[in-house]
Structures are given as C-alpha cells and as structure tokens.
Design a protein around this ligand. Structure first.
Ligand SMILES: [Mg+2]
Length: 200
C-alpha cells in the first residue's frame, strides 16, 4: 500500500517566515532552512529577532491568515488524496499551520508546537522529536507502507532518503546538484507525474 509524505512550505504553501519578513518589514527574518541547515540555530535566531522587534504570535497569525496555497497546490492535493493516503510532514508549528491547512481541506499534518506566553510573546518552541520527518517515514515503512516523499530543502533530505522514492520539488540548483539520485520536479504537474510513476 502506498502513502505519500509531503513537505509543506515550498511545496504546498509559501515559506511562512519569508512572508512574515516581508509583511513586518524585517528582512533579517528571511533566513530559512535553505540558508541555515541547523534548524535549532535558525529558530533561536528568529525568536531573538521577534523579541527585539516586539513581534508576537497574533501578528504572525495575521500574516499567515493572508497567505494562500501555492498556485496548483489545492488541485494537486485533491487529486493526490483521492489517489492514495497523504501525510504532511512539516517543521512548522501547529499555531502557524491552521489557516493554511483549512485552505487545503484539513489534510493530516505532523509538525511541532510553539511555546507562547499569555501576552502572545513566543518564548520558545517544542520539537516533537529530532529528525521527525525521517522517523515518521521509517515508522510508516515499518507498518508496511510503500512511501513516496517530496520536499524542497535541507530539512527534507533524511526523509527523502528514507522513503522508497524521494522526489525534489523546486530545490535550489546547489541542493539538486548535491543530491543527484533524487529526481527534480519544478511544478505540481511534474510532481504528479513523478508520483504516479512510482506508486505501486
Ligand atoms: Mg520546505
């Protein structure tokens, strides 16, 4: 039986932190896992910046509420969920994801959680576990699922390599070149074709 694991940001929805950087006028918040592979370092940098500029969770949720899924993402998800089982594996946080999950028809999402003070200040974050994308794929393979995974960035690599078939979606040229065994797709039509090819 097949199961498809998808990254969220950069595959189905825009990069949330880049949108926050643009809408809050704080370009330093543009750093993503594409720029800083060490996720903990990246998050500590982001939370320090939020604090410094007094940006709270309600501010960020307002920004996220104005985001839309990437063009073609909803149609792609509708097709995929009718075709097979789908789980989104993301390093975002439950508090950030909800407005976007609603627009995608509430697919299953496994991610992390922010720690938030009553004032709305984000004081920290709770990773459910380290390397959770890979661990999820391995656990699902242990349940005898045939896993196809797609993602765009450093934090997807262990998941893509642990899957039966890993697929890159709009990676940087450098990331694609560093991982020549993974097929590269640039739009949802190509991703759909690549998934169809490897579904059993
Ligand atoms: Mg991504």
């Amino acid at each position: 039986m097949n199961l498809v694991c998808l990254d969220l940001e950069g595959v189905l929805v825009p990069e949330i932190w880049i949108a926050v950087a643009e809408k809050t006028g704080r370009p330093e918040l543009r750093r993503t896992t594409r720029d800083e592979p060490d996720y903990d370092k990246l998050m500590r940098y982001r939370l320090e910046l939020l604090d410094k500029h007094g940006i709270t969770l309600p501010h960020i949720q307002e920004v996220i509420g104005s985001l839309r899924p990437l063009e073609g993402a909803l149609e792609f998800m509708t097709w995929l969920r009718a075709r097979t089982q789908v789980i989104i594996l993301s390093d975002t946080f439950e508090q950030f994801a909800a407005p976007l999950m609603k627009q995608l028809g509430w697919p299953t999402l496994l991610c992390h959680e922010l720690i938030v003070a009553p004032t709305g200040r984000i004081t920290g974050y709770q990773l459910r576990m380290a390397d959770q994308k890979r661990r999820a794929v391995e656990a699902l393979r242990g349940l005898n699922y045939h896993i196809v995974a797609a993602g765009d960035s450093h934090n997807d690599l262990s998941m893509l390599l642990a899957a039966n078939h890993g697929i890159l979606f709009r990676p940087t040229d450098a990331f694609a070149a560093a991982n020549p065994t993974l097929p590269v797709t640039r739009d949802h039509a190509a991703l759909r074709k690549e998934i169809e090819k490897v579904l059993k």
